[in-house]
Design a protein around this ligand. Sequence first.
Ligand code: NAP
Length: 506
Amino acid sequence: MTAAAEENRPLVVAVIGAGPSGIYAAEALTVQSPGAVEVAVIDRLPVPFGLVRYGVAPDHHSIRSIRSTLERTLERPGVAFYGDVTIGRDLVIEELRGVVDAVVYAYGAGADRRLDIPGEDLPGSLGAPEFVAWYCGHPDAHPVAGPAPGADAVEEVDLGRTMIRLVNETTSAVVVGVGNVALDVARVLVKTADELADTDMADQVLESLTAKRITDVHILGRRGPAYTAFTTKELRELGQLPDLDLVVSAADLELDAASLVAVAADKVAARNVAVMREWAARPLTGASRRIHLHFWVRPVEIVGAERVSGIRLERTAISPDGYVVGTGETALLDAELVVRSVGYRGVALPGVPYDAGTGRVPHAEGRVIRDGEFSPDEYVTGWIKRGPTGVIGTNKSDAVETVASLLADVASGRLVPAGRSGELDSLLAGRGLSALDLAAWHRIDAAEVQLGLSHGRSRTTLASRDELLTAAQPPSGSERTDPRPELVHPHPELVEGPSTGSGSGV
Ligand code: NAP
């Protein structure tokens, strides 16, 4: 037994990011640790749950219900939620490392990947992370309290209102990429507001969708149907939407020799091809909306003068050395909205080791590598550890691996609890900052349920930060005092840049 364990000092760990990967790390720490452990789960957003709240599509009720399990972990003895605390603004990493025994980075991979083609910055061309943030009611996409769709549309800076205009001026949309996020985006684009009314979408989002005119959504795969990244359950869901034709050509679904090998080796790929073949064999019904699946095409230009009016596609093939190459044969597809859904990308958090090549924090089995050596007190889990892959549950085994490394380091005496209980609270209090705790989340939760019930829904997401902070207020007499609007960091030289979205893209 180590001296620290003998003295019964709790192990104090800060987890950055209150999405599934961070909360699974808190769970693994409290379940696996043989001694006392205190876990502070910190998020820059006022609310916990990261991607479960701000990434999983609102109409995926069963996946979103994982929230209850995550919430139970935040309620565990020894676990505390610290919402509305931005690392890199309110505290820098070095300060945080100075008041806890270990830090676990779990801040996700919230940024967009680009296509690097002409026209990509035209109004009407956007990344899936932005679009998903909008329809999930993320505060970054809703800086102004809603609802105000159609009221006026002057504020270009207001992503929420810009998005409303884009969606309402579109009849034909393109989604680039054949992963699960592309399916989420396509579904939300074709579904009517009535079909989405049983979700917890923010009022301003749902109301804006009532004016939507989209009839056609085109999903583009740069390789063949044997190489989709969809899971079959999510793909099949498209086929269950009423009044919708799925348009896919039988010729596009033919498999060359390499594709036959691919489907033989991958059951999911084989099932996906079978689902799409069944769709190709269905006669079109003349439904009022269509989802088109295109394979062997890649975008080479997004076309438009003031805004997107189309996308130029090039036919593709696989080169003998295995790369996707253009054949030179191009065609123009009319569209007013192009959403690139080609995967997420991790970003650097000021002061945290980061490999720009992989978009991840460098590590081995969750132990962070800083300046070529294992850092004694830094660990990483989730998308910022392994890249943006896997389903929500994948983060659980990932967190278990990281926590096993951390606890092995405690057992070996490499990481020694230093009796730091309460030091984070003292640091925050000394700076005049009051984090939002789980009780604040419960008040927000109750306010969202109440708002939903007031107009016949089971919950309505409060989207803007102001709305969330107002709902988080305790009953009068015990208001939160927090000087953040005027906050000037006491060590400006330590703040290397803006915060990077911890929690939003876990
Ligand atoms: P993803 O699964 O990695 O799919 C990205 C897609 O983009 C691939 O089809 C990829 O094609 C394509 N792509 C990449 N670069 C491209 C380019 N330059 N031009 C054209 N296409 C390009 O990413 P994702 O859809 O963002 O999903 C991220 C993770 O979240 C995945 O693990 C996913 O399963 C998970 N997720 C799960 C659910 C769910 O379970 N319901 C929902 C949403 C997300 P190539 O294969 O040719 O590279």
